[in-house]
Write a protein that binds this ligand. Structure first.
Ligand code: NDP
Ligand code: PYC
Length: 343
C-alpha cells in the first residue's frame, strides 16, 4: 500500500537504515539529509532509490561508513581542503562549509576541495547551502566513464554534474544543476526499471548506433548534452575537479571500481563567490540587477530552473511525501535486515 510520511520521518528512517548498515552518525546523517531532500524536491533519480547503491558500495568495502572527514591545515587563503577519508563526500562538504563561507566573505572568492570521497548525489543541496548564506556558488565533480565524447563512440567522460546558484533576497535562489550528458545515468536506470524506452538521442549501443533500449544504453555509451559544447564542459570538469585537485578522473573511477553498480569515489570542487565584493566600486547593485534579469526571463513566460523543485518542496512540506508500496516495503526491509538485503 502507498504510504504518506512527513519529510522529517523519512529522513529519520533513511538515517536509521544507514545506522543499521553500520555507518557512523556523521556519514548517516549527511547522506540521509541529501537523499531525503531529493525525494522532497521530486528528484527521483537522486532520491531514496540510491540507498541500495550506497549500501552495495558499503558492503563491497568501496566506501568507509565509519569515516570521519578531516579539515586539512591551510594558510588562511582561498583554498580550503577536506579529506573525506574514504567516506561519503556529503559529510566532508558539511565539515568544510563554515570555513568556505568565512573565506569567501573575507576574500570575495574561495574554493572547497573535497578529496577521496564517494559522491553519487545531486549537487543542488550543496549549492543551496551557499546561496542560503548570501553567496553565489559553482559545484562540479566527475563520475565514472560512461559518456562518449562528441564525435566518439566509447565511454570516456562521466555524466559530470555541474551546478550554479545565485542568492535572492526574497525567496528561493536561482539554481541550476544538471548532468553534462543528455540525461543523468539515474534517469536511464529509472527507465530500465519501468520498462520504458529512452527518448531518442540519449545514448548509443555498444555497436555505436543510436539506441532507445535502456539495457543497450547502459552497455554502450551515453551522449553529452549539446554535442561538442557539453563534451567540452564535461572535459573541463575532468580537468578542474579531477586532474587539478589531484583526484580521480572518470576513467580512473571506473578502473578503480570495475563497475558502475557501485557509487563512484573521486574529488569535488566547490567555488563560493561574494557578489557584493566583485561589484564593489562599480555602478549598480548586483542583487537588484539580478532580480531584473530574472523578472525579464519570467516576463517572457519562461520558467527559472529549480522552480519545479521548489514547487514540489512546498507541496511535500504541506502534504508529506507519498511512497509507493514497493518503495515503502524496501525501506522497511533495509531497516530490518541492513546489509543482508544486498546480494
Ligand atoms: P534535469 O535535466 O532534470 O534538470 C536540469 C536543470 O534544468 C534543473 O535545475 C532543472 O530544474 C532545470 N530545468 C529543467 N527543465 C527546465 C525548463 N523547462 N526551464 C528551466 N529550467 C529547467 O537534470 P539532470 O537529469 O541532468 O540531472 C539530475 C540530477 O542528477 C542533478 O541534480 C545532478 O546533480 C545529478 N547528477 C549527479 C551526478 C553525480 O555524479 N553525483 C552525476 C549526474 C547527475 P527543475 O529541477 O526545477 O526541473
Ligand atoms: O545519474 O549519472 C548519474 C550519476 C552518476 C553518479 C551519480 N549519479
Amino acid at each position: 500500500m502507498e504510504q504518506t510520511i512527513t519529510i522529517d520521518a523519512l529522513e529519520a528512517k533513511v538515517t536509521a537504515i544507514f545506522r543499521r548498515a553500520g555507518m557512523n552518525d556523521v556519514q548517516s546523517g549527511a547522506l540521509a539529509r541529501v537523499l531525503t531532500a531529493g525525494e522532497r524536491d521530486a528528484c527521483k533519480s537522486h532520491g531514496i532509490y540510491r540507498i541500495e547503491g550506497a549500501l552495495r558500495t558499503l558492503k563491497a568495502g568501496k566506501v568507509a561508513g565509519d569515516a570521519v572527514p578531516r579539515l586539512l591545515p591551510d594558510d588562511g587563503g582561498a583554498l580550503v581542503r577536506v579529506d573525506a577519508q574514504g567516506g561519503f563526500s556529503n559529510a566532508a562538504f558539511e565539515l568544510g562549509l563554515p570555513v568556505l563561507v568565512e573565506r569567501a566573505r573575507a576574500l570575495g572568492l574561495a574554493a572547497l576541495v573535497v578529496n577521496d570521497g564517494t559522491h553519487f548525489t545531486a549537487l543542488w543541496p550543496e549549492v543551496e547551502a551557499l546561496t542560503e548564506r548570501g553567496l553565489a556558488a559553482l559545484v562540479m565533480c566527475p563520475s565514472y566513464a560512461t559518456v562518449a565524447p562528441a564525435g566518439g563512440t566509447t565511454p570516456l567522460l562521466g555524466t559530470n554534474p555541474f551546478a550554479f546558484g545565485w542568492p535572492r533576497p526574497d525567496g528561493a535562489p536561482y539554481v541550476f544543476d544538471f548532468a553534462t550528458s543528455v540525461a543523468a545515468r539515474g534517469e536511464i536506470e529509472l527507465h530500465r526499471r519501468a520498462g520504458t524506452p529512452l527518448p531518442e538521442g540519449w545514448a548509443i549501443g555498444a555497436d555505436g548506433q543510436p539506441t532507445t533500449d535502456p539495457d543497450a544504453a547502459l552497455a554502450g555509451a551515453m551522449l553529452p548534452f549539446g554535442g561538442h559544447k557539453g563534451s567540452a564542459i564535461a572535459t573541463m570538469i575532468e580537468l578542474l575537479a579531477g586532474v587539478m585537485i589531484g583526484d580521480r578522473t572518470s576513467p580512473d573511477v571506473l578502473a578503480h571500481l570495475g563497475s558502475t553498480a557501485l557509487a563512484p569515489q573521486h574529488g569535488e570542487l566547490i567555488l563560493a563567490l561574494a557578489p557584493e565584493r566583485f561589484a564593489a566600486g562599480r555602478a549598480g547593485d548586483p542583487v537588484a540587477r539580478a532580480e531584473a534579469l530574472f523578472a525579464a526571463i519570467e516576463a517572457q513566460g519562461a520558467r527559472l530552473p529549480s522552480q519545479r523543485r521548489f514547487a514540489a518542496r512546498a507541496q511535500h512540506r504541506a502534504q508529506g511525501i507519498t511512497l509507493s508500496a514497493s518503495e515503502a516495503g524496501q525501506l522497511d526491509r533495509f531497516q530490518k535486515h541492513g546489509l543482508d538485503m544486498i546480494a
